[in-house]
Design a protein around this ligand. Structure first.
Ligand code: 1CP
Length: 343
């Protein structure tokens, strides 16, 4: 049986539009909270192949998405490079910030695959657990988004520390980006070796960067990763997600060489159909907060998105991840709406 999500990502859409959702495994599901409660540390949870594989499967069992995304976190990569990463309840990720050349010197790829190896085990387990028609998605954070956490030492609103290092000390900043390109390309290749059918690169904080640095901080590192992954795995589709990048999506698609682009909630669909979907598969983009509200408004919006993107390859998804307050029954209604739609 063929995998319709994988085929669509390769530019061969069928009659039905495939779907999966960012953060489809997560806190909105009671069965996730139950497994999550068995491990105190979130990073340790990400490095527990059995539990990570189990929570990856949970939404597939409930809703039958066409894609299962590996359960892990983007901050596994800085952790593998030797930075301290931990999660504090209620306040999100924390890292020992990288500020100086000495801090960068302490990071390396030497023990990387040993440290993150449990993630590859999760992928290998999933390969055996998933229905044959379900596409297994690997993922990583993009270098720019990872750098915002690594330099700030936490999540941040305007990514001040990373932007200022990028301007003030480009040599040091580029050392961080280069190391992230190297680690991420290897990390994604290993996920594919272990069984991932496609991969997504999350650049969640690509918003509002000036054109001049969007090239150096978003496009070039992403292109370097795409080139390296493709050299080893030419048939594995790569999805880019330069969230909130506005008109810069056009250059992102033209210059990085991604096979598909994920659209945030704010993108005009007619524009995306004309400017992006004519070149690559598009993915998206219902507002996760509309799924909290649900009902006929959500169904109407899902149909608007499906209609607007029906003339080319489209993977239905959210414009960003599910929020914890999402009622699981709304996800069922949304899944049925997409599954029953015919182009
Ligand atoms: O204890 C918990 O359950 C914490 C919540 C949680 C979950 C469910 C975190 C902490 N990470 C995850 C899983 C996760 N993160 C996945 C798994 C697969 C799936 O989608 O079902 C993926 C792909 C991610 C990716 C991720 N982590 C991104 C990129 C996507 C996005 O949302 O923009 C980012 C920015 C992170 C960092 C992160 N991890 C967790 C939190 C709370 C955050 C965000 C912090 C912030 O807002 O800065």
């Amino acid at each position: 049986m063929s995998k319709i999500l994988l085929e669509t990502l390769k530019g061969n859409p069928g009659e039905r539009v495939p779907f999966w959702f960012m953060r489809q495994a997560g806190r909105y599901l009671p069965e996730y909270r139950e497994v999550r409660a068995t491990t105190k540390s979130f990073m340790e949870f990400c490095y527990s192949p059995e539990k990570a594989a189990e929570v990856t499967m949970q939404p597939i069992r409930r809703y039958g998405m066409d894609g299962a995304i590996l359960f892990a976190d983007i901050l596994v990569v800085p952790d593998g490079l030797g930075q301290n990463v931990w999660f504090e309840a209620g306040s999100g990720p924390k890292l020992t910030p990288v500020k100086t050349a000495g801090d960068v010197d302490r990071l390396s790829l030497n023990d990387f695959h040993d440290k993150v190896g449990a993630v590859y085990e999760t992928v290998a387990k999933l390969k055996h657990m998933l229905p044959v028609e379900t596409t297994l998605l690997g993922f990583a954070g993009a270098p720019w988004t990872l750098a915002t956490y690594m330099i700030e030492g936490a999540g941040s609103k305007d990514h001040a520390a990373a932007r200022q290092m990028g301007y003030r000390n480009p040599d040091l900043f580029n050392r961080i980006l280069d190391m992230l390109v190297d680690a991420t390309a290897q990390y994604l290749c290993r996920q594919i070796d272990a069984g991932a059918d496609a991969v997504q690169i999350f650049d969640s904080w690509a918003a509002a960067l000036p054109e001049s640095v969007f090239d150096d901080w978003v496009i070039k590192p992403t292109k370097a990763i795409v080139d390296r992954v493709r050299a080893k795995h030419p048939d594995t589709p790569i999805i880019g997600f330069p969230r909130l990048a506005g008109l810069q999506h056009i250059r992102f698609v033209d210059e990085t060489g991604v096979d598909a682009v994920s659209l945030d909630t704010g993108i005009s669909l007619d524009w995306a159909a004309a400017e992006l979907q004519s070149k690559v598969c598009v993915q998206g983009n219902i507002d996760p907060h509309l799924v909290v509200s649900g009902g006929q408004k959500m169904v109407g919006e899902a149909n608007r998105i499906l209609d607007a993107l029906k003339h080319g390859p489209h993977v239905f998804n959210l414009g960003h991840g599910f929020v914890p307050e999402t009622p699981p029954e709304n996800v069922a209604l949304l899944s049925d709406t997409i599954r029953n739609y015919r182009r």
